[in-house]
Design a protein around this ligand. Sequence first.
Ligand SMILES: NC(=O)c1ccc[n+]([C@@H]2O[C@H](COP(=O)([O-])OP(=O)(O)OC[C@H]3O[C@@H](n4cnc5c(N)ncnc54)[C@H](OP(=O)(O)O)[C@@H]3O)[C@@H](O)[C@H]2O)c1
Length: 188
Amino acid sequence: MRVAIVGSGRLGVPLGRLLSTGGHEVFFSDADPSRVAAATAATAGRARGGTPSEAVRFGEVIVLAVGWEAFRAVSAELGDALSGKIVVDPSNPIAERDGLAVVVAVPGGLTSPQYQQRVLGEEVRLVRTFNTKYSKELLTLGTVGQRGGARADMPYWGDDDAAKKEVVPLIEDAGFTAIDGGGLSEAR
Ligand SMILES: NC(=O)c1ccc[n+]([C@@H]2O[C@H](COP(=O)([O-])OP(=O)(O)OC[C@H]3O[C@@H](n4cnc5c(N)ncnc54)[C@H](OP(=O)(O)O)[C@@H]3O)[C@@H](O)[C@H]2O)c1
């Protein structure tokens, strides 16, 4: 599958590496082009790289590996390019304030991905996953699973069953056992 990663930081890079190793075509992008070069190098040149707009045109599935509060900017920058696309949301409601990570209260009594769905628009086919492991742990556990070792569970949630079905092979090929957690209202 063609997977676009928007945000080539601590989570996007190891996730893209796992997906590339798992046999998928990965396209890294970031606001900072130097991060894209480092990300593609981390896959020994197997992955491609470019701008977020190019990534979204390339991807059948788009992973938004940007900070929780950056979803609004990404949505504004990409316009309706995300409309109808399967978008993986690994974002946790954490923001940086004066150099410190602080937990953000999600407005409106919504779960985090319900909120991000509103930010991105209802036409986006949002699936929440890859949010429950720290990035280094993700790479270590996924690599063990890909090499035939014990697989860690990876929960996923969504309101679009067809989109969830498309994302399950990505979770499995990244080295995890995909666990259906239900709809976005049940998401962690
Ligand atoms: N790190 C983890 O262990 C972990 C675990 C689970 C879930 N997550 C979630 O994964 C998401 C990414 O976290 P992270 O730790 O990887 O953050 P990060 O290291 O800061 O990486 C995010 C990247 O996205 C870029 N970016 C920001 N706005 C952008 C935009 N509009 N277009 C394109 N790129 C943009 C950032 O560039 P700038 O720095 O220039 O803004 C940065 O390179 C977060 O929502 C986080 O909650 C992270």
